[in-house]
Write a protein that binds this ligand. Structure first.
Ligand SMILES: C[S@@+](CC[C@H](N)C(=O)[O-])C[C@H]1O[C@@H](n2cnc3c(N)ncnc32)[C@H](O)[C@@H]1O
Length: 289
């Protein structure tokens, strides 16, 4: 794609989720329409800034844990977002420079900034695929993925703050199943998803009413609906010291593998469900969880 094609695909007059997320994270890759829309949403729910920062921190904790504690060396990060501090490859390759990472996003601005995501260590690999999560089979056979990842070995699939942009009509459960089915046993699913479960009704009404400032169709789901994405996988304990405890339940992302002395925000300030889960090694094998 030429830079003219790319420029044509980037519409700066309408707010876009990746750029608005970048604005809330304190980044500079956003335009007036994104900032106005971001401020409008923050007026209705001021905790949005806390929620997105907690989401980013969850992603980084989950990648570090996957690499350091669970020995994962391959990552497929779909819905990457604009480059920010400590992107997936930087966190993973700090644990082991040989980690291999494939990024996927459908936003042309993320594509335009992809160079910042391709700064792999010499021992490892990073690749970027300009593709849509709604076409998972296409992602799986993309030469960029096939060249970088060995799907016969465990991969951490990251679907962090992206599935809430996929409506029921696009069958998000079938999309996630296609991706999970392609992964080897021992692979991980790292997933977070926005929810209205923990918000007061007045806030939900303000965020969903006629004057909702987003144009990108945010699809909040309940905890039960989010839990369904993990079907067939085992939620894992966030610490090897906790293996004696009963299996964890899906919780808010700010609680996942958080250091005990670090209190964190109240769940209603985050209102995002998320966890890390592992594909069993064989039918009925729950012992590795
Ligand atoms: C809120 S950002 C999350 C970024 C990153 N995963 C994180 O959690 O920090 C959501 C990203 O998903 C991307 N996205 C939304 N719908 C998508 C789709 N159908 N296919 C691929 N990417 C998508 C957006 O372009 C944006 O970059």
């Amino acid at each position: 794609m030429t830079s003219d094609d790319l420029r044509e695909r980037i519409d700066t007059t309408r707010p876009h989720p990746a750029r608005r997320y970048n604005y809330w994270l304190g980044g500079k890759d956003n335009y007036a329409a994104d900032r106005e829309s971001g401020d409008e949403i923050a007026k209705r729910w001021p905790a949005i800034v806390t929620a997105v920062r907690e989401n980013r921190a969850f992603l980084q904790r989950a990648v570090r844990y996957s690499a350091e504690q669970l020995g994962i060396r391959q990552f497929l990060d779909i819905g990457t977002g604009l480059p920010s501090a400590d992107n997936t490859h930087e966190v993973a390759q700090r644990a082991d420079p040989a980690c291999r990472i494939v990024y996927v996003d459908n936003d042309p601005l993320v594509l335009a900034h992809a160079r910042a995501l391709l700064t792999s260590t010499p021992e490892g690999v990073t690749a970027y695929i300009d593709a849509d999560l709604r076409e998972p089979a296409k992602i799986l056979r993309d030469p960029g993925l096939v060249g970088a990842l060995d799907l016969n070995r465990p991969v951490a699939l990251l679907l962090v703050a992206v599935l809430h942009f996929i409506p029921e009509t696009a069958d998000p459960y079938a999309i996630v199943s296609t991706l999970k089915d392609a992964l080897a046993p021992g692979s991980l699913l790292v997933l977070s998803h926005g929810s209205f479960d923990l918000l007061p009704q007045a806030t939900v009404t303000a965020l969903t009413g006629d004057h909702y400032p987003g144009n990108d169709h945010f699809h909040a789901r309940t905890r039960v609906q989010v839990e369904r994405f993990f079907d067939g996988f085992d939620l894992i304990q966030p610490s090897p010291d906790d293996l004696e405890r009963p299996p964890p339940e899906l919780g808010v992302i700010s609680d996942w593998a958080r250091a005990p002395h670090d209190g964190g925000p109240a769940p209603e300030q985050v209102s995002t469900w998320g966890a890390v889960a592992r594909k069993p090694r064989s039918r009925g094998d729950r012992s590795a969880a």
